[in-house]
Design a protein around this ligand. Structure first.
Ligand SMILES: [Zn+2]
Length: 81
């Protein structure tokens, strides 16, 4: 199943309130933005932060798919004598 769309969550940088979620094409995805959003909790325009919705889930799925992947996680410390 091709996935060419991602769901972006826009949040208030100050309080973390989710302003909205939007679905965009991966090609148009921008996680960094200088835009300000109206935060109903702060009752002010605040800088936004963006994150990919369900990212933790997709990472977990990837790890299940490749449990032996040597590239995931920090390198193991192997003590050799
Ligand atoms: Zn806020």
């Amino acid at each position: 199943m091709p996935i060419d769309q991602v769901t972006i969550v826009r949040m208030c940088r100050d309080c973390g309130t989710v302003i909205e979620t939007l679905t965009v094409k991966k090609d148009n995805m921008r996680l960094f933005s200088d835009e300000e959003v109206w935060c109903p909790k702060c009752e002010a325009n605040k800088p936004e932060i963006r994150d990919i919705a369900g990212r933790q889930e997709s990472i977990a799925k990837e790890q299940q798919s490749y449990p032996e992947s040597p590239t995931s996680g920090p390198p193991r410390l192997v003590h050799q004598e």
